[in-house]
Design a protein around this ligand. Structure first.
Ligand SMILES: *[C@@H]1O[C@H](CO)[C@@H](O)[C@H](O)[C@H]1NC(C)=O
Ligand SMILES: *[C@@H]1O[C@H](CO)[C@@H](O)[C@H](O)[C@H]1NC(C)=O
Length: 344
C-alpha cells in the first residue's frame, strides 16, 4: 500500500518534472488528474518540509528526534527477545534516549556480551531496524564481521586506515550512521583502537562531527563471567529477574579488558570510558528456548504445537553438567532443528 502510493507519487512528480508532458495524452486523463492533485498536495507539504518530501522517495539519513522509534523498539524487544530483562532495560534507555537527544556530547557506544544464541545479533538487528527502514540492509547501517572484513594479522595497519576512512566517509554523508562490529572477540588486538578518536567527546574532527553516530560491538567475551554470576544467583535461590546491571557491568568490563582474546584487550576504549554501556546477555534457560521456538513457529505460519516445542527444546544440550539449567547454544540452533520437523 505504502509502496504503491510512493510509486504513484513518484510517477506524478516525474510527469511534473517532464515539463509540458508530450506523452501525457497517452495516459488516461483521470488518473493523471488524480495523481497531479496528489502531487500538488504533497508538494505543498513539501514546501513546508522539503527534506520530508525528499525522504518519501529515497531512503534518508535520520534527522529529527525519535520518540516514536523508542516505543517501537520496546515493542519489538518484548515480542522477539526472551530472558534478557537487563538487555531490554539498557537498550531501550540508551537508544531511545540517544535518538531523542538533538545534541549528544558523544556518539552512542554499546558493547553487547554473552554466549552465542543469547540474542546479540537479534538485538543489533532490531536496533538497526528501528533506526532505519531496511535495518541491516540500509545504506546508513554498516556491519563489520572480524573474520570476514579484517581476517589477516599482517594487514592490520591497512585495516586501520580502511576502517577510519570508511567511518569518516559514511559519517560525513550521514551523521546518524550506525556501525555494528560483530565477532569483536576475533578482532586483532589494537585494531579497534584506531576508531577511538571517533568515539570521544570531540565537537568535530577535520570538520566532521561523530556525535550522532551509533556504534555497537558484539562479543562472546565476558560470557563466562556473566554465566558465573547468573549461576551463583540461581544457586542461592534468587530469581533471575532480581539480577541487576550493577551485579554484572563492572565485572564484565574488567574481564573483557583483561582478556587477550576479547578484541578489547587493554583497549583504550575501555580505559578512557568510551563505551557507554556494557550490555550483558544472560545464558538462556529451557523455558526461554521454548519461547524462541514458539515465536519462530508462528513466524513460519504454524500454530505452536507444544509437543514439538518440548521435543526441540529437549534436544538442546544444557549446562552445567549436574544442574543442566542453561542452553549451550542459546536459541541458535533451534531454527535448523525445526526444519527437521516441519520441512516435509
Ligand atoms: C595484505 O598485505 C599484503 C602486504 O603487506 C598485501 O600483499 C596483501 O594484498 C594484503 N591483503 C589484503 C587482503 O589486503
Ligand atoms: C561506508 O562504509 C562501507 C563499508 O560498510 C564502505 O564500503 C564505503 O566505502 C564507506 N563509504 C565511504 C564514503 O567511505
Amino acid at each position: 500500500m505504502e509502496r504503491g502510493r510512493r510509486a504513484a507519487l513518484g510517477l506524478a512528480l516525474a510527469a511534473l518534472l517532464a515539463g509540458p508532458w508530450p506523452g501525457a495524452r497517452a495516459v488516461e486523463p483521470v488518473t493523471v488528474g488524480l495523481a497531479l492533485a496528489g502531487a500538488a498536495a504533497s508538494a505543498l507539504t513539501g514546501l513546508v518540509s522539503y527534506s520530508r518530501l525528499y525522504c518519501y522517495f529515497a531512503p534518508c539519513c535520520l534527522q529529527g528526534p525519535g520518540a516514536r522509534r523508542g516505543a517501537a523498539l520496546e515493542e519489538d524487544l518484548d515480542r522477539k527477545l526472551f530472558g534478557q530483562h537487563l538487555v531490554k532495560k539498557v537498550v531501550i534507555k540508551a537508544v531511545a534516549g540517544f535518538l531523542n537527544n538533538p545534541n549528544p556530547k558523544k556518539p552512542l557506544t554499546l558493547s553487547l556480551h554473552g554466549w552465542t544464541g543469547t540474542g546479540k545479533n537479534l538485538v543489533s538487528k532490531i536496533i538497526a531496524e528501528n533506526v532505519y527502514e531496511g535495518g541491516l540492509n540500509s545504506k546508513f547501517v554498516h556491519q563489520f564481521v572480524s573474520t570476514l572484513h579484517f581476517p589477516h594479522l599482517q594487514n592490520v595497519t591497512q585495516y586501520k586506515d580502511q576502517l577510519q576512512s570508511w567511518i569518516r566517509g559514511n559519517v560525513s554523508a550521514c551523521a546518524r550512521s550506525v556501525f555494528i562490529f560483530d565477532e569483536m572477540d576475533k578482532m586483532h588486538a589494537g585494531l579497534i583502537d584506531s576508531i577511538k578518536p571517533f568515539l570521544d567527546y570531540y565537537e568535530e574532527l577535520d570538520g566532521v562531527s561523530y556525535r550522532k553516530a551509533i556504534f555497537i560491538f558484539l562479543s562472546n567475551a565476558g560470557a563466562e563471567k556473566i554465566t558465573e554470576v547468573a549461576l551463583d544467583f540461581w544457586r542461592r535461590g534468587k530469581s533471575r529477574e532480581e539480577l541487576g546491571l550493577r551485579d554484572l557491568e563492572a565485572s564484565v568490563s574488567v574481564s573483557v579488558f583483561n582478556n587477550k582474546n576479547s578484541g578489547f584487550w587493554h583497549s583504550s576504549l575501555i580505559d578512557r570510558n568510551l563505551i557507554d554501556y556494557f550490555v550483558p546477555f544472560l545464558p538462556l534457560e529451557y523455558k526461554h528456548v521454548k519461547m524462541c521456538i514458539r515465536v519462530e513457529l508462528e513466524s513460519r505460519g504454524y500454530m505452536a504445537d507444544e509437543d514439538i516445542v518440548d521435543r526441540v527444546a529437549s534436544e538442546m544440550t544444557y549446562f552445567p553438567k549436574e544442574e543442566r539449567i542453561y542452553s549451550d547454544k542459546g536459541c541458535k540452533t533451534v531454527y535448523t532443528k525445526l526444519d527437521f520437523y516441519y520441512d516435509l
